[in-house]
Ligand binder design. Structure first.
Ligand code: ADP
Ligand code: MG
Length: 226
């Protein structure tokens, strides 16, 4: 299994007490598949992604990526794991205004110490894969919202992650563009064999997922199981 969360509990400080954001969550995501996560606002969806991304350490339970348990890894080792194995797509693309689409991707490889020529080739290949080969030299203000989100997705794939974590990528898009982004994600998941977790508020997108899980008050519910 490429991504495995086992019995994960996460709490946040809340006044005098603690708020339970995730309550004994167990989830396994095989490579080449999309698991969609739905649930009301505040139910714990983003917390689930943050734990899976190893950005937040749970109070209890374990996270394993590609068979590697993350418990006990140092801060530096976790950073390395994230850089090499995990792609993260947040709700807002957070592109740098002064960089072209191509440069947004090249920066990622630079951080990783790869040769500029290789990085450029890979960045162009990914822009092509997300349908933006013709927009490679545009800065964000000359891209539409949907195109920016595609750059965001391509950037997350620069280091060939095995786990792809995506948080409400379509919330700023109209329905049709949103559906395009979700179809793209599902195609990339299969072609690149990533274990993808897609948080979405739009039920119309669930058809593109291999599996749907619901989160309520930090607990996972698999539709179709009691
Ligand atoms: P969702 O993404 O489903 O809207 P979140 O995972 O963001 O839900 O939040 C789950 C719960 O945890 C909410 O009650 C939220 O207010 C709380 N929460 C999220 N992040 C923090 C934080 N950094 N500190 C304290 N409480 C938080
Ligand atoms: Mg959220």
């Amino acid at each position: 299994m490429t991504l495995e969360l086992t019995d994960v509990t996460l709490t946040y400080p809340d006044g005098e007490g603690r708020l339970t954001a995730l309550d004994a969550v167990t989830l396994a995501v095989p490579k080449g598949t999309v698991t969609a996560v739905v649930g009301p606002s505040g139910s714990g969806k983003s917390s689930l992604l943050a734990v899976a991304a190893t950005l937040v350490t749970p109070d209890a339970g374990t996270v394993a990526v590609d068979g590697t348990a993350t418990t006990g890894l140092s801060r530096g080792e976790l950073t390395e794991l994230r850089r090499r194995r995990i792609g993260i797509v947040f709700q807002q693309p957070n592109l740098l205004p002064s960089l072209t689409a191509l440069e947004q991707l090249q920066v990622m490889a630079h951080l990783d110490g790869r040769s500029p020529a290789k990085a450029r080739g890979r960045a162009m290949e990914l822009l092509d894969a997300v349908g933006l080969a013709g927009q490679a030299h545009r800065r964000p203000h000359r891209l539409s919202g949907g195109q920016r989100q595609r750059v965001n997705i391509a950037r997350a794939l620069m280091n060939d992650p095995t786990v792809l974590l995506v948080d409400e990528p379509t919330s700023a898009l109209d329905h049709e563009r949103g559906a395009g982004v979700v179809d793209l994600l599902s195609g990339l998941t299969r072609r690149r064999a990533t274990a993808t977790v897609l948080v979405t508020h739009d039920r119309a997108h669930l058809a593109a997922a291999d599996r749907v899980v619901e989160v309520h008050d930090g607990r996972l519910r698999f539709p179709g199981t009691p």
